[in-house]
Design a protein around this ligand. Structure first.
Ligand code: DOR
Length: 443
């Protein structure tokens, strides 16, 4: 008789080929069997009869601020937030203090994960004008998900804004590069039009559609010229989404949960707690983002979890910090969008698991299939729950989604065969590891 370490029994499993009610057998941290396992035994069993079983969901865009200010976030608190929110992996951005831009800091960060991360972690390397020549080697280091380029300035000191430097970055290495795409020249040129204390909604006037579209056009011209694949992070305008349709040879697309959920009314309601880069815009752009989810333009949905202190968020615009928390709330909010009929659970698994796996070249994750990591996000689509600030474990302590009632909630998360989160509690100790990537196996 077959025996497993763990069997998930009778869940509605979101498989790559459709949703099927079936059993999943886990051995040594990986999926060993999919199918009818009534005759099999296991050391541990989970009754999934009222749950959907998704492949472990990934947030490919988080800023865990470590090293940085522990009063705002740490790797440990940010990954705990991820796990409580139903994620099993996050990819962590490099604009920390100091930034992750060289081998030494990358090695430090990889070692630092052990015993601190509650979910698996991929590491971005930041591009700066000083490390362009080293990027080709840095992107091959273990656990590196991608090089991140800030082509427009945001939080931190990373910036590569001119075409000559951007082209040099594209010619250093060969993996897909991730871009923050806002045209820095237009940003700086228009900044003097705005003064301290103006209403927060000016954020989307300053960092306007043209700013984003111009940035993306410049990057696409260079990507075609160099043949270097690009991933445009947080695409926020209808215009870019229409434009990128024709660039699928060199470009993949991320859209944020925020741009699928919030519109400009948020500036009046939340003030500084609605300010992020690129900005939240009007309904036309939200509608375009959903159309792009439906037609397949969007490859990945992420949170851009970007915690800041309350003091930094409450300064008058534009002196405050840009960025919103989201790693703990992205799964409940996406499930709520599923409940509202805006996408299917299969598309959610595509956008938050198979999509990131494909775009970044993840090894062993991305689908419910034999041989893959036994990472599962188990969700209860009947559960209704309101997001409350008291639930947020990031030390900064706030969410722009407080009071949002969700239909659908993550009930459990399994990380490489271990139940790591169940009904609002993390279990055991932090056992997250570095995520493996096809083209990043070190030398
Ligand atoms: O709003 C943002 N905040 N956008 C970014 O690109 C960076 C992020 C941060 O690190 O605060």
């Amino acid at each position: 008789m077959a025996s497993y370490d763990l069997i998930l029994r009778g869940g509605a499993c979101v498989l790559p080929w459709g949703v099927e009610t079936t059993d999943i057998g886990v051995r040594d941290g990986r999926i060993a069997a999919l199918g009818d396992l009534r005759l099999a035994t296991a050391a541990e069993e989970i009754d999934c009869r009222n749950l959907h079983v998704l492949p472990g969901l990934i947030d490919a865009h988080v800023h865990l601020r470590d090293p940085g200010d522990a009063a705002v976030e740490t790797l440990e608190t940010g990954t705990k937030a991820a796990l409580l929110g139903g994620l099993t992996a996050v990819f962590d951005m490099p604009n920390t203090a100091p930034s992750i831009t060289d081998r030494e800091r990358l090695d430090w960060k990889r070692d630092y994960l052990a015993g601190r991360a509650w979910v698996d972690v991929g590491l971005y390397v930041g591009a700066s004008k000083k490390n362009i020549a080293e990027l080709a080697a840095l992107e091959l280091q273990p656990n590196v998900c991608a090089v991140k380029v800030f082509a427009g300035s945001s939080t931190g000191d990373l910036l590569v804004e001119d075409d000559a430097s951007l082209e040099a970055v594209m010619r250093s290495g060969r993996r897909r590069i991730c871009y923050h795409s806002e045209d820095e020249y237009r940003l700086q040129e228009r900044k003097p039009q705005f003064t301290s204390g103006m209403p927060h909604r000016n954020h989307m006037v300053w960092r306007d559609v043209e700013c984003a579209l111009l940035g993306t056009r410049r990057l696409m011209a260079l990507a075609r010229k160099t043949g270097r694949p690009a991933h445009i992070l947080h695409v926020s305008t209808a215009e870019e989404l229409a434009y990128l349709w024709d660039y699928r040879d060199v470009c993949t697309v991320e859209v944020l949960l925020n741009h699928l959920t919030q519109t400009d009314e948020a500036y009046d309601r939340l003030g500084g707690y609605a300010v992020m880069n690129p900005p939240i815009r009007d309904q036309r752009h939200l509608d375009a983002a959903w159309a792009a989810v439906r037609d397949g333009t969007v490859d990945v949905v992420g949170s851009d979890h970007a915690p800041h202190s309350r003091a930094a968020k409450e300064r008058p615009w534009p002196d405050g910090a840009a960025g919103l928390t989201g790693v703990q709330t992205i799964v409940p909010l996406m499930l709520d969008h599923v409940s509202a009929g805006r996408l299917s659970l299969s598309r959610l698994a595509d956008l938050m698991c198979a999509g990131p796996a494909r775009v970044y070249g993840v090894v062993g994750k991305g689908r419910l299939a034999a041989g893959y990591d036994a990472d599962f996000t188990l969700v209860d689509m009947r559960k209704q729950r309101t997001i409350e600030e008291s639930w947020i474990v990031s030390p900064c302590g706030w969410t722009p989604f407080a009071g949002h009632r969700c239909t659908g909630w993550p009930a459990m998360a399994v990380l490489r065969g271990q139940v790591a989160m169940r009904e609002d509690a993390v279990l055991g100790s932090p056992s997250g590891q570095g995520v493996a990537y096809l083209d990043a196996r070190g030398h």
